[in-house]
Design a protein around this ligand. Structure first.
Ligand code: ZN
Length: 446
């Protein structure tokens, strides 16, 4: 198989060189002063990364690296260089500063425009991959395709489409009185309807499936602690998604809903706020990844009222915020795999890296926090060959900051340099000129 691929690649290369000289992939080198090797969890010094086109071809000590004459070189010798980050829980089409009432005037088309703005902010904050967990009318699929085609600027997006939930569940629009008669197609009851919802999402381009096995913080008449769906319905969703080659994640706060989701075979659980000792053991045994958003409560408690979030929802957030953080600590101690999911959209996009400091405050070493936002995210998306580390063969998704983030994790909140797929989106003029993207390059954040 490998031989076949190599032969095909050679044939392609031959075609390319026979065609036009400029079709040859661009080669560029990065000189990294300090390089965070997340695979071996160590920091290397004075490394040179060689990039061809959108992929990394080699990483080696600068002293032992000979570059062809004239290779453009990006000087990051005074910086700490890391793999681009993966946020496993965002809502690009949501803006928390749009008031609760105004949000009822947002069409899916308007939401997609908001998403384009937030995709740019996410990328410039060093997040080169984002797993978008629910949007209406496949706006997230449109954003993903828009980024891929170069229509808009953004991270690599993995889109879930709408969140599947039961009648009265977290994804149902429970704020509306019955005479308004609106219900999303993603609200389903019974295993057959649940299966059909998964098939529809795959038909319209979803990369993964999200469903809600408990109530939530921002929905009306749901309690985060109560379980939603039956095990039979949950199994139908997971089985159908896996049959179609998609991963599945469950929105779940309550201990019962978390355990039901794990029993049903989900790949990950979002929030996991009220997980109990048994749930932690089950997640560890099954290898289920928890994507715990423990920063955003700071934002909701500080700004929620100003943004028009109803009092009942602010209270729900407060009730589970501290418990969720302590449970993060317990899950970490027990050796559960934790990916870096922030629920951006509940707080402003672009502030994703603020969660690093909270992960460290609640028990992670800075290296563990960085691994959660790189390797673990790539593992959850089953794309370890493509991103999650700075290594040969992977996309050149590379970021850099001033100083030492392993000593002061908040350094990651100020990006000095952002490259995605071998193109620079943030950096100095010289860095941007060495490997320009189609977009205006942003200056380093101070
Ligand atoms: Zn969310």
């Amino acid at each position: 198989m490998r031989k076949l691929i190599a032969a095909a690649a050679l044939a392609l290369l031959a075609c390319a060189s026979a065609g036009a000289e400029e079709a040859k992939p661009r080669t560029v080198a990065i000189q990294a002063g300090r390089l965070v090797d997340v695979i071996n969890q160590r920091v290397l010094t004075d490394q040179t990364i060689v990039i061809e086109g959108d992929r990394i071809v080699s990483v080696s000590p600068t002293a032992a690296t000979t570059l062809p004459a004239g290779t453009p070189t990006i000087d990051l010798s005074g910086k700490t260089v890391l793999p681009g980050f993966v946020d496993t829980h965002v809502h690009l089409t949501t803006d928390p500063t749009i008031s609760f009432l105004d949000s009822y005037h947002i069409t899916p088309a308007r939401a997609a425009v908001i998403g384009a703005m937030n995709a740019r902010r996410t990328l410039l904050a060093g997040f080169t991959v984002a797993r978008n967990l629910s949007s209406e009318a496949y706006a997230d699929v449109a954003l993903r395709d828009g980024v891929e085609r170069g229509d808009i600027m953004g991270p690599r997006i993995f889109a879930a489409g709408g969140m599947i939930s039961m009648t009265g569940g977290h994804g149902d629009d429970n704020h509306l009185a019955p005479q308004y008669r609106y219900s999303s197609e993603d609200v389903v009851d019974g295993p057959d309807a649940a299966r059909q919802a998964v098939r529809r999402h795959v038909k319209f381009g979803a990369d993964l499936i999200k469903f809600a096995t408990t109530g939530g913080v921002f929905s009306a008449n749901t309690s985060p602690g109560t379980s939603h769906f039956t095990l039979e319905e949950a199994r139908a969703i997971v089985e159908e998604a896996h049959n179609l080659g998609r991963t599945v994640t469950a929105h779940a706060h309550g201990a019962g809903g978390i355990k039901m989701a794990i029993r049903a075979g989900v790949d990950s659980v979002e929030h996991a706020s009220l997980i109990d000792a048994e749930g932690i053991r089950m997640a560890r045994a099954a290898g289920t990844i928890l994507s715990m958003d423990i920063y955003n409560t700071d934002y909701t408690q500080a700004e929620g009222r100003k943004n028009g979030v109803p009092e009942v929802n602010i209270q729900k957030d407060k009730d589970i915020g501290d418990i969720q953080r302590e449970n993060f600590r317990r899950a970490l101690r027990a050796g559960v795999r934790l990916s870096f999911g922030t629920d951006a959209g509940v707080y402003p996009h672009g502030d994703n890296a603020r969660q690093f400091a909270i992960y460290v405050r609640y028990g992670m070493t800075p290296m563990q926090a960085i691994v959660s936002a790189t390797q673990t995210g790539a593992q959850l998306l089953k794309r370890e060959d493509d991103f999650g580390a700075i290594a040969p063969g992977r996309f050149a998704d590379i970021v850099a900051v001033d100083g030492d983030p392993l000593a002061d994790i908040t350094r990651l909140e100020r990006m000095a340099f952002v490259m995605k797929g071998g193109q620079v989106y943030r950096g100095t003029d010289a860095q941007c000129a060495a490997a320009p993207s189609a977009w205006a390059c942003e200056a380093p954040q101070r």
